[in-house]
Ligand binder design. Structure first.
Ligand code: HEM
Length: 210
């Protein structure tokens, strides 16, 4: 039991670290290069680390128009339907990640507090359902990456995402198998690793210029 508790402690520290790192990198904004030119006519994105001159490297005094000359920007029109339905994968993935990590933490503590077992099962089932949705929405967002420098990362992310979805579905079923209960802590650690790797590569896909 002592060794199980120290595994739990180590896993919790790892989870907190991974979640913090993921949150920091995931909110740096999307950086896909856009094929459409910027309003000034210059390309709107430059490759990461290319050393290309960007607007921010030019002294403001040489580029910024006088304050009185700048036209006020058009107000942003929010198309709710478009906002909800576009990039569905990027929205849905938060659910298998969050629910799956919560399920893993609960599976890790159930040897000590078995009363939480039904909650762990419910979280796993919910995470599995959203992972299936993540699979289909992810597949629909793959074409723009074909033939780009990120194609390899996209393929690896697809493999890991598929493995994660299958692992979540199998895990949900395993919670009903009596003989599997004593190994669920090991399953939970595997799940944390898969979710972290999948989420990490997904973040690279979504936030890297190419
Ligand atoms: C449980 C399974 C999966 C998880 C947890 C997951 C997670 C993620 C995450 C966290 C991102 C970055 C989202 C953002 O920062 O906005 C992402 C992006 C992406 N994922 Fe997944 N993913 C999964 C499965 C898949 C699968 C199976 C595919 C392909 C068949 C896929 C294709 C993509 C693509 C193409 C992107 C980039 C979307 C963009 O253009 O921004 N994902 N994924």
């Amino acid at each position: 039991m002592d060794s199980a508790l120290s595994s739990v402690r180590a896993a919790l520290v790892a989870v907190v670290f991974l979640i913090t790192a993921a949150a920091v990198s995931a909110h740096e904004g999307h950086h896909h290069a856009s094929p459409s030119p910027s309003p000034s006519g210059a390309p709107s994105a430059s490759p990461v680390g290319s050393g290309a001159v960007t607007a921010s490297s030019v002294p403001p005094s040489t580029t910024a128009p006088a304050p009185s000359a700048s036209p006020s920007p058009a107000p942003f029109h929010l198309d709710v339907r478009e906002a909800l339905l576009s990039h569905l994968h990027n929205k849905i993935v938060h659910f298998p990640l969050g629910l799956g990590l919560a399920a893993a933490i609960i599976l890790l503590v159930t040897p000590r507090w078995p009363q939480y077992e039904p909650a762990g099962r419910a979280l796993l089932v919910a995470a599995a359902v959203f992972a299936v949705a993540a699979y289909f929405t992810g597949d629909a967002q793959m074409p723009p990456f074909h033939g780009t420098p990120l194609a390899g990362i996209a393929e690896r992310h697809e493999q890991l995402g598929t493995a994660t979805a299958i692992t979540l579905c199998v895990g949900a079923a395993l919670t009903w198998v009596r003989g599997a209960k004593r190994w669920l802590w090991l399953y939970a650690l595997l799940l944390i690793v898969l979710l972290s790797l999948t989420g990490f590569l997904g973040g690279v896909l979504a936030h890297t210029e190419f």
